[in-house]
Design a protein around this ligand. Structure first.
Ligand SMILES: Nc1ncnc2c1ncn2[C@@H]1O[C@H](COP(=O)(O)OP(=O)(O)OP(=O)(O)O)[C@@H](O)[C@H]1O
Length: 210
């Protein structure tokens, strides 16, 4: 379903991703691992259609993803480092923005958020925000989940709940690509270890639109 071939990415002078290949079929899970700065988030953002690549190709069911990013956005749910909730809106209102009329109760239930449904997101703890962002992924109704450190800030019970949600998604033919520095509750996953390279601070130059 998803085919990535020979994907390379420069950030400034640095070759951050060097000829990455990957394939994902229904029910697959892939863990992206590697040291800080190895390019895990960069790869995830590119797969989400959010970042620029320098060479390679990405196909979804044989079609070039870059040819129609709007169509690709329908297939994916992306969870970045930032939970990106609107602080002034309640949880229910935040989720409604993604639900497109679908009921939100199952997503609230999946991450034990029902008691927070009418609370503004600005009052949430870090773990509560992460659970809310995960509920939003669930609500997106997308096949391919791209999750950047999904268990960050979660307590043990919530990690268990995340495991249940991920298993259910894959049983229904969904796919998961996740970055992580800690073990995730993701059975039978493959691992793509990005090697990274030592970087001197003075080689880091901020680039826009990456
Ligand atoms: N906007 C940018 N401008 C310049 N360099 C960038 C930019 N964004 C990322 N980089 C560089 O790209 C490299 C890969 O960063 P990335 O965030 O993908 O790493 P990561 O593997 O996700 O790291 P971590 O484990 O710390 O989350 C790093 O060297 C980083 O400094």
């Amino acid at each position: 379903m998803l085919l990535v071939e020979d994907l390379s990415v420069f950030r400034g002078e640095r070759l951050v991703l060097d000829g990455v290949d990957l394939t994902m079929d229904a029910g697959d899970a892939l863990l992206l691992t590697g040291p800080n700065g190895a390019g895990k988030s960069t790869l995830l953002r590119i797969l989400a259609g959010l970042g620029r690549m320098d060479s390679g190709r990405m196909l979804w069911k044989g079609e070039d993803i870059l040819a129609d990013r709007t169509a690709h956005a329908e297939h994916i749910a992306y969870l970045g480092h930032h939970d990106a909730l609107k602080p002034g809106l309640t949880l229910k209102e935040n989720l409604a923005l993604f639900a497109r009329g679908r009921p939100i109760d199952a997503a609230l239930d999946a991450f034990d958020l029902d008691h927070l449904r009418d609370v503004p997101a600005r009052l949430f703890s870090a773990g509560q925000k992460r659970r809310a962002a995960l509920a939003r992924v669930l609500l997106a109704n997308a096949s391919l989940w791209l999750l950047d450190e999904p268990s960050l800030g979660l307590d043990a019970r919530s990690v268990e709940r995340l495991g249940t949600v991920l298993r259910h998604h894959r049983e229904q033919g969904g796919m998961v690509i996740a970055t992580t520095h800690v073990p995730l509750p993701l059975e039978n996953s493959r691992n793509l270890a990005l090697p990274g390279a030592p970087v001197e601070d003075d080689t880091l130059v901020e680039l826009a639109h990456t």
